[in-house]
Design a protein around this ligand. Structure first.
Ligand SMILES: *Cc1c(COP(=O)(O)O)cnc(C)c1O
Length: 458
């Protein structure tokens, strides 16, 4: 048993071994994440106020930083069973190609049509909306993964789904749009003239490619101006991290089966939901003083919230209508350069991860996109899976850590989150294959200019 047992290429859990509860890492944090603030009053958002934007059950989850476990409703569990448990893969081929003594594992979340982990929270959010008797939900999508996931969840439950898609992605990824429409969603390029805030942004920046922050503003306005609609968000929020904890719980259960303990856990970080979900149960052990791990958040050099941003209250959206969150941020007016990892272009970061990072419980690093695509290509050629550009940020750092082990001869166990597949990112791969990809990095002045516009509550 244990150490001597041979590890298979893929560790699958049985259906009956799947987690039946989500884990809320905030319950074990001594320093709780700072509360969301009402942008009008500067006071913490109450349940009543939050319930105007989110479904009541989700608003409750958002505010709850003491309950450690939440039962996963049966209907959600049944939906999960269509594409979960997700495999935990031992990257034997990659290890061999690198010639590293490190043992590399990845949790693969791309095994569903939406192609990413986002479906884990989409079904939860759609479920609570349906349960509350709502007609539909509105949302934004950047690269398109979240919009696709939400449209799948809404189709399953019979809810209307209205998606505001960042304009540059809408144009670059027409097939994503068609997948969403196939699942019954309506898709609008953002900024649009459908909303007041969209018209305002268009007047100020007529040539804008759009941004996630801007699409969020439009989706929130659409939700609050239509009867029976609520807004749902695919990342950043504490409720999303809670739902995504299913990733980490499954991973830990699979590793425990073979007595494997990771030394380093790596994830890409856009708004922080996959990373937060992957590390949650491990971080819980660290917070309770039971075990120690190294956690590494990987962000794009073009949108480096952790590594070059500021820990401060900021708007979650460009239009400044959402609650204020305390987070590592580039400033809500920051317009990231058109990099190819659309899902990592958000200006802020989960408040939960921001607090953990500020407390020195996790690390962060940023990587440039050509280096990311080199890692993606190397990975695809030996492990077979065509990774999403977002996920490839984690691959980059996992390979770098494995190569350090090669130098030192250490056989560390490295775990990373492979959040999704890259079939809709062929435009980016084309740029890379043609040698035409560039690395956009904001200057200190760019960042300072956007941070100068942080709200005055700080
Ligand atoms: C959205 C997305 C991400 C980043 O979002 P997080 O909330 O930081 O997890 C990463 N990978 C893929 C494939 C995505 O779709």
């Amino acid at each position: 048993m244990g150490e001597n047992r041979e590890i298979p290429y893929k560790i699958y859990l049985e259906e009956h071994e799947m987690p039946t509860q989500w884990y809320n890492v905030r319950a074990d944090m001594k320093n709780k994440p700072a509360p969301l603030l009402n942008p009008g009053t500067g006071q913490p958002m109450t349940l009543e106020e939050l319930s105007g934007v989110f479904c009541t059950e989700l608003a409750k989850q958002e505010l709850d930083d003491t309950t450690a476990y939440f039962d996963i409703p049966d209907e959600i569990l049944q939906f999960y069973k269509m594409y979960r448990p997700a495999p935990l893969v031992r990257a034997y081929h990659l290890e061999r190609a690198l010639g590293t003594p490190a043992k590399i594992y990845y949790k693969f979340e791309g095994n569903n049509t939406s192609g990413s982990h986002k479906l884990n929270s989409a079904i939860a959010q759609a479920y609570y909306a349906k349960n509350q008797g709502l007609k539909g939900v509105t949302t934004e999508t950047g690269a398109g993964q979240w919009g696709t996931a939400l449209s799948m969840a809404c189709a399953f439950l019979g809810l209307d789904c209205q998606v505001y898609m960042v304009k540059v992605s809408y144009e670059q990824k027409p097939f994503r749009r068609e997948v969403m429409r196939t699942y019954g969603a309506s898709v609008t390029p953002s900024p649009s003239d459908k909303t007041e805030v969209g018209r305002k942004i268009l007047a100020e920046f007529p040539d804008t490619n759009g941004s996630l922050g801007c699409a969020i503003s439009e989706a929130v306005e659409a939700a609050t101006t239509q009867e029976g609609y609520r807004y749902v968000l695919g990342s950043v929020l504490a409720q999303v991290l809670l739902h995504q904890s299913v990733i980490g719980l499954e991973t830990k259960a699979a590793m425990d089966k073979y007595d494997v303990t990771p030394d380093i856990i790596i994830g890409c970080a856009g708004g922080g939901s996959n990373l937060g979900g992957l590390i949650s149960p491990f971080m819980g052990e660290k917070l309770r003083g039971e075990k120690d791990y190294r956690f590494i958040a990987v962000e794009p050099a073009s949108c480096p919230s952790f590594t070059r941003g500021k820990y401060a209250y900021d708007f979650c959206d460009t239009g400044a209508i959402c609650p204020l969150a305390k987070m590592y941020t580039m400033g809500s007016s920051f317009m990231p350069s058109p990099n190819h990892a659309g899902g990592l272009r958000y200006h802020g970061m989960s408040s939960v991860l921001s607090q953990l990072y500020d407390d020195g419980l996790m690390e962060a690093t940023s990587v440039e996109q050509t280096a990311v695509f080199e890692a993606a290509q190397q990975f695809a050629r030996v492990e077979g899976i065509l990774p999403a550009p977002e996920s490839s940020h984690a691959i980059r750092v996992a390979i770098d850590e494995a190569m350090k082990c090669k130098e030192t001869g250490e056989d560390k166990t490295i775990l990373f989150g492979l959040t999704g597949t890259g079939y809709f990112d062929m435009y980016a791969y084309e740029k890379f294959n043609d040698g035409k990809m560039s690395d956009y990095i904001p200057t200190d002045e760019d960042i300072a200019a956007s941070l100068a516009k942080l709200p005055s509550v700080n």
